[in-house]
Design a binder for this molecule. Structure first.
Ligand code: F6R
Length: 609
């Protein structure tokens, strides 16, 4: 994610920036830095670690200037380190850039710039921007930036200052947020409103592909072709806490809505519309190595374990390799049959969960190859793994995991397709078909997010329930487990998920008049079977809330309430099916007045056994 702030005016910019960065720490916190125009030159201070590390240095130094940009980082390319922190500069150090996003074609640009004699100091994609602006600079910073954005691909919001034109900040945005704050003889930029709310409530929200040139008393916007753009002032009437949550009532709801973007980011650079391969440069697994593995274990806890259950289905189905999924706290104590012929896939949002980390070490000691799917770059699990595939969900603040789960599933599709490609179990054409549908998932999830009415209706009617059961078959069963966990952890309503075919072996005894059953009915192949199971619980008096694919009118005749998700193939349905379940848990918890973002007895990162 990362957070950006900038200031130009008569005040000392440093405290303004530090204040703003503190408000943006929720966007990333593994390193931070500032570029301040002071004593006739751009001066950079940047350090790995929380913002307090930067703050201590700046307090000692008394650095001061009226023009500055700052950054709080959430690593994507290159682990957290001083060198990889922003701002990044050209070689002379007189052009400084802060960036939020991903420059997809940075390797190509880097090669080009190296061929022109440019020398790089970091592993970060952003550094190409500083050198590229230098390359195009001919006396007009905005013009150089304009030329650069014609050549770069990806998603970005970035800001540039230079001591060659120390009266301005130039910034652009594409698919990542950036706002401009309007002051009196001073102006601001920021990734998000909370960063500048203390100074002004008058803002401009930058549009897609817009470029802004900001001086202390003027703000101008341009389209990507250089035509001036007129903008309306947006007056912010939120309080600070609402602003941090982007106007949402809770971080959980904000993060649920961030999923289309998080999923898109997790696919960026790895799969493109015009290609039939999946590029996973971070996984150095050859076809021969893959052939050597007789078995794969997926090991994780909680929600990450539920993503693993989907992963098992995908890898077995697409790459034809047997997979076992284990709960980390069990795996580490059951002396699993692991050796050099085993691949262990570790899944963890935080990369710090103690049980998962211990399981990793156990497997590594036995000679297994470790591939981890992690959200936090440079975390303990990432550092101990042979290969890491990062999910690019950005920081997850709410204790209940939402965007981490869906991005983990996306990463597992990528792994399964990559393995299928290496093993030749799918043709290029089949891979392309699945990949093209995956690229449409963000739009489908967006659509599913628009469908809240039925869920709110359900929540207001059923929030007083003591028990809620989730049932499904195949991939729907894996998603049912996650829906049930979400509900119990934030609403404190007892809930269990069952494979629908198992009901008759015991759980159906729990069904009585009015028992609430959430039935997932998205799997075409298993639909008829599922229909029978729904009829079984209905016959015993259950109130059935069905989730089915658009166009399936039959479900309405059986269920008490039906919610439709957009059409999606069975295999790709979990990231869409889970959306109403996340919303259902959320609205049930809100109805009950629970502390949604910080449920009782739970912690975001579980570093105890
Ligand atoms: C549930 C939840 C937890 C985590 C689990 C693993 O909403 O968030 O079940 O999934 O504690 O955490 P990570 O993924 O950080 O290893």
């Amino acid at each position: 994610m990362c957070g950006i702030v900038g200031y130009i005016g008569d005040k000392n910019a440093v405290p303004v920036l530090m204040d703003g960065l503190k408000k943006l720490e929720y966007r990333g916190y593994d390193s931070a830095g500032v570029a301040v125009y002071a004593e006739g030159k751009v001066q950079i201070r940047k350090y790995k670690g929380r913002l307090s590390v930067l703050e201590e240095h700046l307090d000692k130094e008394k650095l001061s200037g009226n023009l500055a940009i700052g950054h709080t980082r959430w690593a994507t390319h290159g682990e957290p380190s001083d060198a990889n922190s922003h701002p990044h500069t050209n070689e002379k150090g007189d052009i400084a850039v802060v960036h939020n996003g991903i420059i997809e074609n940075y390797l190509k640009i880097k090669d080009f710039l190296i061929s022109k004699g440019y020398v790089f100091k970091s592993e970060v994609d952003t550094e190409v921007l500083a050198h590229f602006i230098d390359y195009y600079y001919e006396g007009d910073l905005a013009e150089a930036v304009r030329k650069v954005i014609k050549e770069i691909k990806g998603s970005y919001a970035f800001a540039v200052i230079t001591n060659r034109e120390p009266d301005k900040i130039v910034c652009v945005r594409k698919e990542n947020p950036l706002i401009v704050g309007i002051g009196e003889d001073e102006n601001y930029i920021a990734s998000d409103i909370p960063a500048i709310l203390k100074h002004t409530r008058k803002t401009y929200l930058m549009g897609e592909n817009e470029l802004a040139v900001i001086t202390k008393d003027d703000i101008r916007f341009y389209s990507e072709n250089g035509e001036p753009v007129k903008k309306e002032v947006f007056n912010v009437d939120w309080d600070v806490s609402a602003a941090e949550k982007g106007g949402y009532r809770h971080f959980m709801l904000k993060e649920i809505h961030e999923q289309p973007k998080a999923i898109k980011d997790t696919m960026t650079g790895r799969m493109a519309k015009d290609s039939d391969t999946i590029r996973l440069d971070d996984i150095k697994l050859t076809a021969e190595e893959l052939e050597r593995f007789s078995k794969i274990f997926i090991v994780a806890c909680g929600t990450a374990y539920h993503a693993g259950l989907v992963g098992k289905y995908l890898i077995e189905h697409l790459a034809k390799i047997p997979v076992e999924v284990d709960i980390a706290s069990e795996f580490r104590y059951r002396n699993p049959l692991v050796d050099e012929k085993t691949l262990v896939i570790i899944i963890s949002q935080s990369g710090e969960t103690l049980d998962t980390f211990a399981a990793l070490k156990e497997a590594k000691n036995k000679g297994a190859r470790i591939l981890s799917v992690v959200n936090v770059v440079g975390s303990s699990i990432a550092r101990e793994s042979h290969d890491v595939l990062y999910t690019w969900a950005g920081p997850e603040i709410a204790v209940a995991s939402t965007k981490a789960y869906t991005t983990q599933i996306i990463a597992l599709y990528e792994i399964a397709l990559h393995m299928a490609d290496l093993k030749g179990t799918l043709s290029k054409e089949e891979i392309k078909t699945i990949k093209d549908e995956m690229l449409n998932l963000p739009a489908k999830i967006e659509k599913a997010l628009g469908n809240k009415e039925e869920i709110q209706k359900f929540a207001s009617k059923n929030s007083g329930e003591k028990d809620v059961f989730f049932i499904g078959r195949g991939l729907d069963y894996a998603v049912a487990l996650e829906g049930s966990l979400k509900l119990k952890e934030i609403s404190y309503i007892h809930s269990d998920a069952y494979a629908a075919g198992e009901l008759k072996h015991g759980p159906i005894a729990l069904i009585e008049e009015g028992t609430v059953v959430v039935a997932l009915m998205t799997q075409h192949e298993l639909y008829e079977k599922m229909l029978s199971n729904v009829k079984e619980v209905k016959a015993r008096g259950a109130y059935v809330f069905a989730i089915a694919k658009e166009g399936n009118k039959e479900v309405e005749t059986i269920a008490d309430q039906t919610l439709y998700i957009p059409q999606v193939s069975d295999m790709l349905s979990p990231t869409v099916t889970v959306i109403p379940l996340q919303l259902l848990a959320y609205y049930m918890a809100v109805e009950k007045g629970c502390d949604v973002d910080m449920p009782r007895n739970l912690a975001k990162s579980v570093t105890v056994e």
